[in-house]
Design a protein around this ligand. Structure first.
Ligand code: ACM
Length: 624
C-alpha cells in the first residue's frame, strides 16, 4: 500500500498501450538507493517522477497495478501517489540448495519480487544437500557438491544482472561452518572426521561442520570465497553460521586440544563450541573485509566481540533483532516470515521488524526477509509456496505501519496481486493445477472433484511433515496431493470468513415478540446461509465423485480416508445450516456427536489436513 495516495473521481483512458511519462528529478538529495517516487494520473495523462532509477522501478510496479484493461482500452483512475519504503532491506530468501531451482524459476521469482517491491534476493547457495555454484578453482564443489544441479558462473552473472535491472540486489549466502555437508563431501580434507562419504540426502539439522582449527581450511575458504564474491557485486555477503551444535568438534581430540590450548572454555572449564565458532567468524570477517564485503550472518554468530558493522539476521525468535541492535549491529528480521512453515499470510503480516525495539535503536533495523526453504518445494512447486504470501511480507516491509492493520483488506488485495503475478507468468497457480491434472489423469472426469477437495487442504504446519510416519529425502518426489494443496487454502479462509459473518449477523438478530414462528433472517444472512449451503453441497458431491479416482490412481489412494472425512463434515455442516435456517439451536447430543466427528476429521492424512475444521467447529458450536 502506498505511503500516501489520493484517488480522484474520473479515469484516464490510454490511447493505445498504457503510456507513462517518466521524469527523473535530479535533486541534491538523490542517491542511488532512493526508492521514492510520485505517480500522478489526471486528465492530461500519467506522470511518474523519481529522483533515482530505483524510484522509477518502484513507481512502474505501482503503475502496473493501477492500470486496468477494459473493452475500450487501458485506463487508470485519477490519482496522486507519493510513496517510499518503510525499510530499506526487503528480502526474499530463495533456497536452491535443498532442491535445485533452475535459472528460469529464479528469474520468475525475481519478477514477482519486483512486482511487490521486494529489493533483496538472499540466495542460499549451499547447504548440506547441495553446493550450487560452479567453481573454476575447486571444481569438485559443483561436480560433486552440485551433482543434482548447479549454476554456471555465467548463469549467476545473468541472474545478478536480471535482478539489478529490476532494482533488486543479490546477496549470496555460503553457509559456514555448519550446513556444510555438500562442501565436505566434495573436499573431505576440510572435514572434522571421515564419516561423510557422499552429499547427504537426509533432511534435518545434520550438524556437519568443517574443521575450523586448521590453517588449510582458511587457505581454501579464502580462495573459494574470493572466487564466489567476484560473482556478486553487492557489498553484503552472508556467511550463514546457523545450527551447528559443535558435536563434530567435541568428538575430535585434535579440535578439543585446540580449544583447550586457546582457552575456549566455559565457566565450568569444559570446551565451548561458541568460542570456537566466534574464532571462525572472526577469521571469516577478516577474509570478507579484505574483499570489501560487509558480513551478514544468522543469530548464532552474535558473540561478545563481533564487530558492530556485522549484520545479524534473526530467525530464532522475536527477541533476536532486539539483542542484535542492543549490541550495536544492524539487524534483519526473518522470524515470523518463514513461508515454509505453511502459516497464513495474516500471521506473517502480523510480524513487524520493530516489535519490541526501543525507539532509540530502531534506526539499526534494516528490515526483514521472507524465507522459503526448499525441503518440501522442488522447482515445480516452489513458486506456489512463495506466492502470494510473500506479498504480505513485502507490504509489511514497504508500507507505513499505520496503513497495514486491516487483514480482510490485505486478503482482498492479495487476490489482485496473485492475479497479476499469474499474468506475468509466475507459476504459483498453474503448477499446482498441472499437478492435479496429472494426478487425475487415470480418471479425468473426477478432476473438478479433485480440485474442489485439494482447495480445502493444506500441508501440515511447521515442520510436522518430517514427523508423520513418512520418511522424506532429497529424492522423494513432491508430486502427491499434499504438494498440490495450497499453503493457505483461500477457499477455506473465505468459508471461515462467511461463517463468522453469518454468526455475527445472527447474534444481533432482533427477537420478535410475540413469537410467530422461526425468526426471519436478514437478507444478508439469508444470502450467506444459501451460499454456505451451496458450497457444502458442492463438497459433498465432490467427495461422492472421488472414489473411482482413488481406485484408479494409486498415488492418490492414501487420501481416500480424508475425502471420506470431508464428506462426513459436509453432511454435518449441512445439518447445522438447516437448523440455522429454521432458527433451531443444536441439540446437545447432536453437538457432542458432531464435535467427535470434527475431532476425527482434523487428523492429518498423507501430511495434509482439512483447512475448514476451525470454521466448522465455530458453526457447530454456536448456539444461535
Ligand atoms: C535457519 O533457519 N536455520 C536459518
Amino acid at each position: 500500500m502506498p505511503a500516501q495516495a489520493s484517488w480522484q473521481a474520473g479515469h484516464y483512458t490510454f490511447k493505445a498501450a498504457p503510456l507513462l511519462a517518466l521524469h527523473r528529478e535530479i535533486t541534491g538529495a538523490a542517491t542511488s538507493t532512493d526508492e521514492s517516487y510520485r505517480l500522478r494520473i489526471n486528465a492530461t495523462g500519467a506522470l511518474l517522477t523519481a529522483a533515482s532509477p530505483l524510484g522509477i522501478q518502484r513507481g512502474l510496479a505501482t503503475f502496473r497495478q493501477v492500470i486496468e484493461a477494459t473493452p475500450h482500452g487501458w485506463r487508470a483512475q485519477f490519482c496522486d501517489i507519493q510513496d517510499q519504503p518503510r525499510f530499506r532491506w526487503r528480502g526474499l530468501l530463495v533456497d536452491p540448495a535443498r532442491h535445485f531451482l533452475p535459472v528460469a524459476v529464479v528469474k520468475r521469482t525475481i519478477d514477482g519480487m519486483a512486482a511487490v517491491k521486494l529489493n533483496v534476493l538472499h540466495w542460499h547457495l549451499c547447504d548440506d544437500q547441495g553446493w550450487r555454484v560452479e567453481s573454476k578453482l575447486f571444481p569438485r564443489l559443483h561436480t560433486v557438491g552440485g551433482a543434482t544441479g548447479y549454476y554456471t558462473q555465467a548463469e549467476v552473472r545473468e541472474v545478478v544482472r536480471y535482478a539489478a535491472q529490476r532494482g533488486i540486489r543479490v546477496v549470496p549466502e555460503f553457509d559456514l561452518p555448519g550446513h556444510a555437508g555438500a562442501l565436505l563431501a566434495a573436499y573431505p580434507r576440510l572435514a572434522c572426521n571421515d564419516s561423510l562419504r557422499a552429499v547427504p540426502t537426509r533432511w534435518g539439522v545434520l550438524n556437519i561442520a568443517l574443521d575450523p582449527t586448521r590453517e588449510s581450511t582458511y587457505t581454501m575458504l579464502d580462495s573459494v570465497l574470493t572466487e564466489m564474491s567476484g560473482l556478486f557485486p553487492d557489498p553484503y555477503f552472508h556467511i550463514g553460521g546457523d545450527e551447528n551444535d559443535g558435536r563434530q568438534w567435541r568428538h575430535n581430540p585434535r579440535i578439543v586440544a585446540f580449544m583447550q590450548d586457546k582457552c575456549f572454555l566455559n565457566a565450568k572449564g569444559y570446551v565451548d563450541k561458541h568460542q570456537l565458532q566466534n574464532y571462525f567468524n572472526r577469521r571469516m570477517l577478516s577474509l570478507l573485509q579484505k574483499l570489501g564485503k560487509t558480513m551478514v550472518g544468522w543469530d548464532e554468530i552474535l558473540g561478545p566481540d563481533l564487530p558492530a558493522p556485522v549484520v545479524i539476521e534473526s530467525w530464532r525468535g522475536p527477541k533476536g533483532v532486539a539483542d542484535a541492535v542492543r549490541l550495536g549491529h544492524p539487524a534483519l528480521r526473518a522470524h515470523g516470515y518463514y513461508l515454509d512453515l505453511n502459516f497464513s499470510a495474516a500471521a506473517h503480516y502480523a510480524a513487524d521488524p520493530l516489535q519490541g525495539i526501543p525507539d532509540s535503536l530502531q534506526a539499526r533495523v534494516l528490515g526483514g526477509e521472507a524465507e522459503m526453504w526448499s525441503e518440501f518445494a522442488d522447482s515445480v512447486i516452489y513458486e506456489s509456496r512463495v506466492w502470494p504470501r510473500a506479498a504480505a511480507v513485502a507490504e509489511r516491509l514497504w508500507s507505513p505501519a499505520g496503513l497495514t492493520q486491516d487483514v480482510p483488506d490485505l486478503y482482498r488485495r492479495l487476490a489482485f496481486v496473485s492475479e497479476e503475478l499469474d499474468a506475468m507468468g509466475v507459476r504459483h497457480r498453474r503448477a499446482p493445477a498441472a499437478l492435479l491434472r496429472q494426478l487425475a489423469a487415470p480418471y479425468p472426469a473426477a478432476l473438478p472433484a479433485l480440485q474442489t477437495f485439494a482447495a480445502l487442504l493444506e500441508p501440515v504446519k511447521e515442520y510436522k511433515r518430517h514427523f508423520q510416519g513418512f520418511k522424506y529425502s532429497t529424492e522423494t518426489p513432491l508430486t502427491r496431493l499434499v504438494d498440490a494443496a495450497p499453503a493457505e487454502a483461500e477457499v477455506a479462509r473465505r468459508f471461515g470468513a462467511t461463517v463468522d459473518s453469518l454468526l455475527a449477523s445472527l447474534s444481533i438478530a432482533v427477537p420478535r415478540f410475540p413469537a410467530t414462528g422461526p425468526p426471519t433472517l436478514s437478507p444478508v444472512a439469508s444470502r450467506q446461509l444459501a451460499a454456505l449451503r451451496q458450497q457444502v453441497a458442492d463438497w459433498q458431491h465432490a467427495t461422492e465423485a472421488l472414489p473411482p479416482l482413488f481406485v484408479l490412481s494409486p498415488s492418490l489412494a492414501e487420501y481416500a480416508p480424508l475425502a471420506a472425512q470431508l464428506g462426513l463434515v459436509a453432511a454435518l455442516l449441512d445439518q447445522r445450516l438447516a437448523q440455522l435456517a429454521q432458527g433451531q439451536p443444536p441439540l446437545p447430543a447432536w453437538q457432542t456427536t458432531a464435535k467427535a466427528q470434527l475431532d476425527a476429521a482434523q487428523k492429518p492424512v498423507g501430511q495434509a489436513e482439512l483447512a475448514i475444521i476451525g470454521a466448522a467447529r465455530r458453526l457447530v458450536g454456536s448456539q444461535s
